[in-house]
Design a protein around this ligand. Structure first.
Ligand SMILES: [Ca+2]
Ligand SMILES: [Ca+2]
Ligand SMILES: [Ca+2]
Ligand SMILES: [Ca+2]
Length: 330
């Protein structure tokens, strides 16, 4: 009994091995079929025999022409190699000469072999991205850089720049220039007409503790003569020469012994014109601040301040009459 069992197991093993071998052989046979129809025993030698002029010769009468002229190979190719895992044109190479396949534009462009293991290739283009200024067609619409423009700025303002040959061109925002006396911030540092000698003149503010007069002068020493107290040097500034939208600011002297200041060359009919102090803005200009005027009927004092709070206090608490904004100073 024991011997019989061993024998049965051995037979089963042999049968199994034979089946596996048979399967493998038949598979190779299928692949090798197209190469050598005639000799099954030498299937593995296919490529060598493949010179198989002999094999081809057996198929048809073209053996002679094949031997004399390579041109017949071209004829065979025209016969049509298709992507099917077979050597349709009989040149010994499976699926040869099938052109590559391309698809997509720009960076999405893809090229794949026309035939992959007997299966016709499929081509899937890459994914587009936002167009960048880089000399590439990023969004795959067929146009490189798509005439891109973008906003840009300088310290003086905003502008545009265009993409040229993959790099951004010059920004057309206004460039900073040297500061000149023109009521404009030419160098774009945030200060108007800064550092231009003689552009503006400083008006110093004095106050007389006895008369209560507010006195304004271009001379920081002028008030020392007569008991005035210097409240602010360079309290505000005027343009030394006329600028667009400025008018002359006159200093006047009245019969009452007090000074007055106005844009009226006739000193509003009340005083003697002592001359032009400078030029005051008729409207709000770059860098300017309003100059507020009030009048004290009790002592005839004309008070000028750039402080709204000080102006309001004079009117509300000190008996001054509000005479409004008389111009714009710096
Ligand atoms: Ca594009
Ligand atoms: Ca681009
Ligand atoms: Ca400036
Ligand atoms: Ca300027």
């Amino acid at each position: 009994m024991h011997g019989a069992r061993h024998t049965l197991a051995l037979v089963t093993l042999l049968v199994g091995s034979a089946g596996a071998c048979a399967g493998a052989n038949s598979g190779e046979g299928l692949f090798g079929n197209s190469i050598g129809d005639g000799g099954d025993a030498t299937a593995t030698e296919g490529p060598t025999a493949g010179g198989s002029a002999e094999g081809d010769g057996g198929d048809g009468g073209s053996a002679t022409s094949a031997a004399t002229d390579d041109g017949t190979d071209t004829d065979d190719t025209e016969g049509g190699e298709v992507c099917n895992g077979l050597d349709d044109d009989g040149d010994g190479i499976v699926d040869d000469g099938i052109p590559a396949l391309g698809c997509g534009m720009g960076v999405c462009m893809v090229q794949v072999p026309g035939c992959d293991a007997g299966v016709p290739a499929q081509c899937f283009p890459g994914s587009p991205t936002d167009e960048l200024c880089n000399g590439l067609d990023d969004d795959c619409d067929g146009t490189v850089d798509d005439e891109l423009t973008r906003s840009c700025d300088s310290s003086c303002g905003v502008g545009q720049q265009a993409c040229n040959a993959g790099t951004w061109g010059d920004c057309d925002a206004p460039p900073p220039t040297a500061e000149t006396c023109n009521v404009a911030d030419d160098d774009c540092n945030g200060a108007v007409d800064d550092g231009v000698p003689g552009c503006r003149v400083g008006v110093h503010r004095w106050w007389h503790p006895t008369t209560g007069e507010h006195f304004y002068s271009l001379d920081v020493n002028e008030g020392l003569c007569c008991g005035f107290t210097l409240e602010y040097a360079d309290y505000y500034r005027l343009y030394a020469a006329a600028q667009p939208q400025t008018v002359a600011w006159y200093r006047c002297y009245g019969d009452n012994g007090l000074h007055h200041y106005t844009t009226d060359a006739n000193c509003e009919g009340l005083s003697v014109n002592e001359g032009v102090m400078g030029y005051i803005g008729q409207v709000a200009l770059p860098g300017s601040t309003p100059l507020l005027r009030s009048y004290n009927p009790a002592n005839g004092d004309h008070f000028f301040t750039t402080s709204q709070a000080e102006h309001d206090n004079a009117v509300d608490a000190l008996g001054f009459v509000d005479e409004g904004t008389v111009g714009h100073v710096w």
